[in-house]
Design a protein around this ligand. Structure first.
Ligand code: ADE
Length: 236
């Protein structure tokens, strides 16, 4: 997979991309992440990329010119046109389901905005879909783009090393994960549940399943409702 990121702050991406799974996935050519600085495509001597909104109002708006020029520069660098995604709090919320969909694409082109927003023609002219990482406002789309990249890349075949890893994740079937324990057996008077030490794999699997249901019901009742409804559909 190739992921292009169009941003005013490419350096912000260096740290998260240079550790652990994201680092390894790039080294193993599972993903190629190409950062482009929108400011390199500014046309005036001040390297201006934003301007006052027509019609008045506070703040600055990202101008379409530099974003279009940057986009047109990177698009022919790979044969696939790519799925174009604007990171904005106005977008649809990123879910595990969407991350799975994105992970099946050969190419994503992410556009991270700063300032008060994008000139509307960036969205319409580039045929971009909009994605938000949650109902809160960040100072820009960069952190959101990094969240999306992380959620997507770890789903790519080979990225986790352990192929069963992603299938066990919270949300992959709509339930939270079961509780995990490791050594020591007794820690500060808190004991590992006996069942996990029993060696009875059938009982352990049943216990873990119960725990997943119980925790989802208690902590994320809305996910639990959705899961139960889905199960009822499956049983029909
Ligand atoms: N830019 C600012 N806030 C954002 C959010 N919540 N999601 C995606 N992009 C953003």
């Amino acid at each position: 997979m190739r992921i292009d990121v169009l941003t005013l702050f490419p350096d912000m991406f260096q740290m998260p991309l240079s550790y652990s799974i994201l680092k390894r996935a790039q080294e193993q050519n599972i993903v190629e992440i190409v950062l482009s600085n929108i400011r390199d495509f500014a046309t005036d001597s001040y390297r201006k990329v934003d301007d006052k909104p027509y019609g008045g109002g506070p703040g600055m708006v990202m101008m379409p010119g530099p974003v279009f020029d940057c986009f047109e520069h990177i698009r022919p660098q790979a044969s696939e046109p790519g799925r174009v995604i604007l990171l904005t709090p106005q977008g649809q919320t990123l879910t595990q389901e969407k991350a799975v969909q994105f992970s099946a694409e050969p190419r994503l082109i992410l556009i991270a905005g700063r300032y008060e927003g994008f000139d509307e023609r960036i969205r319409t002219g580039l045929g971009a879909e909009q994605i938000s990482i949650g109902d809160y406002v960040l100072s820009g789309g960069e952190l959101a783009a990094m969240v999306l990249i992380d959620a997507v890349v770890r789903l790519l075949p080979g990225a986790l090393g352990d192929e069963t890893g992603a299938a066990d994740d919270s949300f992959c079937d709509g339930l939270l994960e079961y509780p995990q324990y490791t050594r020591p057996e007794m820690f500060r008077n808190m004991k590992v549940p006996d069942i996990l030490l029993s060696g009875d794999h059938g009982k352990i699997a049943a216990w873990r399943n119960e725990q997943r249901l119980e925790r989802t019901k208690q902590w994320r009742p809305e996910l639990y409702e959705k899961y139960v409804k889905g199960q009822a559909q499956n049983d029909k």
